[in-house]
Design a protein around this ligand. Structure first.
Ligand code: AMP
Ligand code: TRP
Length: 329
């Protein structure tokens, strides 16, 4: 089986962007690969955060991911900082990484702009840690959203550089996108994200989802109920494309174009279809919340398995580099 690796930051709640851009794909293909999924806490500490709430967020994310349908028996979901190899391999990769490539990364430029008071080296080095995540397990397939494609290409470059200098060690990884690799936020302008207040969380109740949907932006040309609309430019219709069955989508589009239905009718239909996705996730979350010890135990076991795999890679890497290969703990 090919090796699949992906990661997600524990910086808050899971939202529709995470789910339809990445996590749903993880669930759909989890039996086709040998899967590693990492809660990347070391990436998350590159921006300001509160250590007191952070520990809780890490565990909540694990509960959320299992609630989305990751199979605890079949996948290795683990916490990045529990495996020392990630930081170890990052240092090694730093020595084959040209500085200029890191400075060109879109996410670095965005985050540096947003966090001017805290442009730390970790923020710049973020893609190198991400390459180390994937390659420590010799990951080949990396299911992510559109925003991560540049980082995966960079990881492939790093693998090539290391291989050409020290001999073939790492595979060349590929990003795997979903049909919806970029979900826009409720503002209809920027991607849905935790840092912008433009998201619907997977655990939002029906009432909260409605509070967010009701005022959300639609086709700006549809001012009055009687104005015909253009579904192709409406962000709410984008969401329909993700959750609404094909036939009903056609009806909604037709209703919008002819002003047969209003934006609120359209949003109510969306609410119903969205909740068909969210309800089962929320039910599983309730159920798993009562089994916290079990989830903790699975994470511990997965951490131990990952440490073993990672140690194997690090021995190989160090041997090839002429470093002392004896793994001392
Ligand atoms: P993050 O929450 O930034 O760690 O992202 C976790 C995963 O969700 C990554 O694979 C991202 O590419 C994906 N993702 C996050 N936001 C979106 C979005 N708005 N649309 C599509 N994918 C997203
Ligand atoms: N940088 C990714 C994000 O912000 C998270 C991530 C860290 C990741 N390491 C990874 C994704 C390795 C895929 C593979 O979403």
């Amino acid at each position: 089986m090919k090796i699949l690796f992906s990661g997600i930051q524990p910086t808050g709640l899971l939202h529709l962007g995470n789910y339809f851009g990445a996590v749903r794909n993880w669930v759909d293909i989890q039996y086709d690969y040998s899967c590693y999924f990492s809660i990347v806490d070391l990436h998350a500490v590159t921006i300001q955060y509160d250590p007191k709430v952070f520990v809780g967020q890490i565990f909540e994310l694990a509960l959320g991911l299992y609630s989305c349908g990751l199979d605890p028996e079949k996948t290795k979901l683990f916490i990045q900082s529990e495996v020392p190899g990630h930081a170890d391999l990052t240092w090694i990769f730093n020595t084959v990484t040209p500085l200029g490539e890191l400075e060109r990364m879109t996410q670095f430029k965005d985050k540096a702009r947003q966090n001017r008071q805290n442009i730390n080296v970790g923020l710049l080095d973020y893609p190198v840690l991400q390459a180390a995540d994937i390659l420590l397990y010799k990951g080949e397939v990396v299911p992510v959203g559109q925003d991560q494609v540049q980082h995966i290409e960079f990881a492939r470059e790093i693998a090539r550089k290391f291989n050409s200098r020290y001999g073939r060690t790492f595979p060349e990884c590929q990003a795997k996108l979903t049909k919806t690799p970029r979900i826009l936020g409720l503002d209809g302008e920027s991607k849905m994200s935790k840092s912008q207040d433009n998201y619907i969380a997977l655990l939002d109740s029906r009432d909260v989802v409605w509070e967010k949907l009701a005022p959300a932006k639609t086709d700006p040309a549809r001012v009055r109920r009687t104005d015909p609309g253009t579904p192709e430019i409406c962000n709410i219709f984008n969401y329909h494309k993700v959750v609404t069955p094909e036939e009903e989508q056609q009806e909604v589009a037709e209703g919008c174009r002819t002003a047969g239905i209003g934006c609120l009718d359209c949003k109510k239909k969306l609410l119903g279809n969205l909740m068909k996705v969210l309800d089962p996730i929320q039910e599983r979350y309730q159920e798993l919340s009562g089994k916290r010890d079990y989830v903790r135990q699975v994470l511990d076991e997965n951490g131990a398995k990952c440490r073993k795999t990672a140690a194997g890679t690090m021995i190989e890497v160090k041997e090839k580099m002429g470093l002392n290969p004896v793994w001392k703990i």
